[in-house]
Design a protein around this ligand. Sequence first.
Ligand code: HEC
Ligand code: HEC
Length: 489
Amino acid sequence: MKTPPSTHRGRSLIAALLVLLVLGAAGGAFAWYKFFREEAQPAWITDDPDMRFKYGSIGAERDAGIPYWIFYVLPRIFPDKLPGPGGYASFGVVWEEGQELPVGFSKKVVGFPRVANNCAACHTSSYRASADVAPVFVPTGPNHTLDLWAFFRFLIDCAKDPRFNADNLMAEIRLVTDLSFIDRMIYRFLIIPITRKTLLEREEQFAWLYRPDFPPWGRGRDDAMNLTKYFMIRWPMDDTLGPTDMPSLWNLKKYDPEKGMRMNFAGDSHDPFSVIIDSALGLLGAPPKNNDEFLEQVRWIQDYVSNKPAPKYPFPIDAARAEQGKAVFDANCAACHASSRTGTVVALAEVGTSRDRIDTWNEKAAREANAVVREMGIERPGLVEEPLTGYIAAFLDGIWLRAPYLHNGSVPTLRDLLEPPPQRPTAFWRGYDVYDPVRVGFVTSGAEAERIGTRHEVAAKGGGNEGHVFGTELPDEDKDVLLEYLKTL
Ligand code: HEC
Ligand code: HEC
């Protein structure tokens, strides 16, 4: 029997729609699989707290990640843009033997393998007892070797170079892995151009890294509040520069916001929870995919860093002299470093150190940044909506591993900090990891320190070593025993 034309047309239309739907669903599933499916990281990372801190994903791969194979071949294609030989190692990243990626670099499949950063990139230390032994790694310690400034510039400079194109990158990728035909097409026509575009989009916000009138930050320093200003609230560039050392995160439970303590070097944040949220958002580069998962991650990190003890001084200590030193400490230092003032802001006029870091941030920036986080639906006490007036009287736990000293890392050793400012070194090399137990800090001169380190000039913007004159007029013998005591903290 002949089907009436209308019904026939109706049926084929339905069939066509069904086919399209199936194709669409398959296409959608395919796209989801190739670009968005998330695979859990391996158990050796997720099941061990130290490994999780060092290599675990905090969710930054999705929006801030770099496709793994691009990350892999960039140093091979652009060795001329690295600070020295040796690939990524030349940035002074902390790299454990046998690991595929440096500490602080997480690898996760979001559609395809991507690499991003976590807290450990800046918050893990390495040191060596002498030049001929293997390094010791301390997760939650300050990374004093990382040349973050050079790393940020490297990524932008690569993307700006005409050699960053699909032909070159695919040729190099083929030398190191066998991608399927489809994956090669995806890399060539989508991933490589999109990655290039994404990197170039950051160029404007990184403009202050290219200013000829600003010195490089140098190893182990980061201009954190300017990063927040230019990336989170997208302010136009101003004339401030305030690179600081990376702080230690160990034993974070010592901070008690109820006692008026504040976080960050200039006391610009209320509490650890807020700082961890803001740091993580900075790494994500976008609102979290899921706020509950994000906050669970934040709480895990907070628990980890709160309960990690400061590392013990690894060289011999003269206990009797340290005991004498404690008396010197109690008389000259405890009023700020072991009292109710510890962890609270000391006015700039009283401490007298460089003001550049304070000038990088202000009340209005805090209000705007808090609004950005609130709009994401995240509740936290947040950044302090008040003018910055000074620096936090630092807790001194594990102070031996926090060299160079002062918020901007302008004084190489504890012994130098006990000299009046005009007698402190005016230039030294930072980022070399061999320890100096005599002056208490890292070795900052000599051929190796110069080869590996970056030169810190105290006369350069953001580098000033003035202030903190406490204890500088003590007799030498008192300084020596005080130094012995500081090793015990
Ligand atoms: C790119 C380097 C970098 C990364 C990555 C980073 N931080 Fe930090 N962090 C810093 C610097 C630099 C400061 C000091 C900022 C200042 O006061 O100027 C800091 C400060 C802090 C503080 C305040 C410490 C104190 O004693 O006041 C905490 C807590 C902290 N970070 C936690 C984290 C956590 C958690 C992560 C990961 C979610 C993280 N950071 C990622 C560089 C980094
Ligand atoms: C009036 C309060 C005050 C007194 C007294 C004081 N300090 Fe400090 N100290 C501070 C402040 C504030 C900072 C942070 C300054 C900065 O980073 O710019 C600081 C920083 C430090 C740092 C550097 C911490 C780091 O992470 O780099 C050390 C070390 C230190 N003090 C040791 C001492 C010693 C030793 C004494 C005694 C001889 C002493 N301080 C006396 C307020 C004080």
